[in-house]
Design a protein around this ligand. Structure first.
Ligand SMILES: N[C@@H](CCC(=O)N[C@@H](CS)C(=O)NCC(=O)O)C(=O)O
Length: 213
């Protein structure tokens, strides 16, 4: 593919939404031009492109995909070597629940000082309850069997973020499956590759590609 034809991904290394988009691009072997964004210093090229002004944002020749889940689905429709798209419909409901209810509790736990009127202990408990239900519904090592699906991948970065707010607390919860589930992603080649550190993008920079060649 010629340079100018390559999709552009505006990304931010630590963002859980951007992480899941990069994981899907990686597994689908879709090479993009990566532009690492610093959220407090968004470049005008990004602001002029992303309707929501959030990362990730994938710029195709005639379309801008501004939602991480849509980027995942776009990439996997190109190539889905691990059959991540093969999952029951309720996988999408679980993603929605984690993106909304769980994400809200995650933020209220992680950034509790920003929520003066919220009870952090209660919110953390509600978040843990969601994860317990998730674990109880796991049909194998993963949500729908012994192989991960789109749903596992899409929710993993948020569970990881929650676990690392207080890893000792999380580990002490006595998980039967969820700790191994989480570790399998954290230790995977895919995640390590997806967390490569890119420098903040500036318009005059040479193109950097993701996945790295
Ligand atoms: N719905 C979006 C949400 C993405 C999102 O909220 N990303 C955060 C970073 S983790 C962001 O860009 N926030 C904008 C900001 O902080 O200015 C998606 O799934 O792609």
């Amino acid at each position: 593919m010629k340079k100018s034809e390559m999709p552009i991904l505006y990304s931010f290394r630590r963002c859980p939404y951007a992480i899941r988009a990069r994981l899907a691009l990686l597994v689908a072997q879709q090479t993009v031009v990566l532009r690492e964004i610093v959220l407090r210093d968004k470049p005008k090229e990004f602001l002029n492109t992303s309707p929501s002004e959030t990362v990730p944002c994938l710029v195709l020749k005639d379309e801008v995909i501004d939602e991480s889940l849509d980027i995942m689905i776009w990439a996997l429709k190109m190539k889905d070597p691990k059959n991540w798209l093969k999952m029951p419909d309720n996988g999408y409901e679980i993603i929605k629940m984690i993106d909304n209810e769980f994400k809200d509790l995650l933020d209220k736990t992680k950034y509790s000082t920003r929520y003066a009127n919220e009870d952090v202990t209660e919110n953390r408990k509600f978040a843990v309850n969601i994860l317990i239900k998730l674990e109880e519904s796991m049909r194998g090592k993963y949500l729908f069997g012994d192989e991960p699906s789109l749903c596992d991948i899409a929710i993993f970065p948020f569970v990881r973020q929650f676990a690392f707010i207080d890893k000792a607390f999380f580990d002490n919860l006595g998980w039967r499956k969820l700790s191994a589930w989480l570790d399998s992603f954290i230790e995977s080649k895919l995640f390590i590759e997806c967390q490569h550190k890119f420098k903040q993008w500036h318009p005059a920079d040479l193109e950097v590609h993701f996945p790295l060649k």
